[in-house]
Design a protein around this ligand. Structure first.
Ligand SMILES: [Fe+2]
Length: 349
């Protein structure tokens, strides 16, 4: 009885296996997508691993924290890159100006990404968002902040912060984008006046990355700094370097300009090279990154805000508080980046 049944099962399985064959081949996809990434490996690899596990699509990644636009310009049509990824809008705009990207016409991408966070001509797309907020010393400014001494970016130019602010170099794209948003909203004159006041309040010459500013607050060197939100999460849960947990514990985040234009936000972006022959594979990958699965990795592992409004931020992100984001179209930031850089050079930020 059992053997008869087994023979029946075997016959059934081999019969069914034939029509299934094409599906099984599709699952073992041999596509390899080449990426030039300005994003740090640790902030990209979790997405790539998850996508490879799901689809079989593999990736070649070249990490280029600087000089990607120059490299692409030099390589021209010979570039092996299919996709570029940046950690900010300004560097994407620099590359877009080279006219090297293909338009990706995908209803799914258009639905996943709000119009203000993708190119009008569909040549670049936002993947995740981060707010550049004030981190303040819990020990030394908690009460002052509650009293309303720091609610706007503009407040950091006030003389009450003299000698109390630490900062990354102004010309870093994160700060340049922030200042470009002030130029867009208030004009170059007001932005220059603010930057002058801000630099006057610095406790030391601009130096180090965002985490170094929080470390300086922890050690008592200064009381406030501007940082991207995901660094707070990465420090707070840092198992490799538990010292960073103490840095994060010494500050809290203040979302700025909530009564006015909203908190300045920057985005990470992707674009496909016009020379790539992997249109379908690239579009499918970007659709996945901006869909629920990809966005949950950005939110849960990278501590970045989902770009897709249908995806709820992780519990950790929600615990930092809700905020209103600046609604300025993101290309306005790129448009004002040069003006911002001139101001930064002039005031010595
Ligand atoms: Fe960063």
């Amino acid at each position: 009885m059992f053997h008869t049944l087994m023979r029946y099962v075997v016959v059934l399985v081999s019969f069914c296996a034939l029509p299934l064959l094409p599906t099984m081949q599709a699952a073992a996809d041999t596509t390899v997508i080449s990426i030039y990434s300005a994003r740090a490996p640790a902030l990209l690899q979790p997405m790539l691993d998850a996508y490879t596990a799901k689809t079989g699509v593999d990736f070649n990644v070249l990490y280029l924290p600087d000089g990607m636009a120059q490299r692409l310009e030099a390589e021209g049509a010979a570039t092996p890159a299919d996709i570029v990824l940046t950690a900010d809008i300004i560097r994407m705009a620099e590359m877009d100006a080279l006219n090297i990207f293909a338009a990706l016409d995908s209803p799914i991408l258009n639905a996943n990404i709000p119009a203000k966070w993708r190119d009008d001509d569909l040549r670049w797309f936002g993947l995740s968002a981060r707010a550049r907020v004030a981190a303040v010393s819990k020990a030394r400014v908690g009460a002052r902040v509650e009293a309303g001494a720091l609610t706007r970016l503009e407040d950091l130019a006030d003389a009450k912060w003299r000698g109390r602010i630490c900062s990354r170099a102004g010309s870093h794209p994160y700060n340049r984008a922030l200042l470009a948003s002030v130029v867009a909203h208030a004009g170059a004159g007001a932005a220059a006046k603010w930057a002058e006041g801000f630099v006057k309040n610095l406790a030391r010459k601009p130096q180090g990355n965002d985490r170094a500013q929080v470390s300086a607050i922890h050690s008592g060197r200064c009381d406030v700094a501007l940082i991207n939100t995901y660094y707070y999460g990465l420090m707070r849960h840092n198992l490799q370097d538990p010292e960073q947990q103490k840095w994060a514990d010494s500050v809290r985040l203040v979302f700025l300009n909530q009564a006015g234009r909203g908190q300045h936000v920057n985005i990470t972006t992707a674009a496909m090279l016009a020379t790539s022959d992997k249109y379908d594979a690239v579009v499918a990958f970007l659709e996945w990154l901006t869909g629920a699965e990809g966005q949950n990795i950005y939110s849960g592992i990278n501590y970045e805000y989902p770009i897709n409004p249908q995806v709820t931020p992780s519990a950790e992100l929600r615990s930092w508080g809700a905020f209103e984001a600046d609604d300025l179209p993101i290309d306005e930031i790129a448009n004002n980046a040069e003006t911002a850089q001139r101001i930064i050079d002039r005031v010595g930020w």
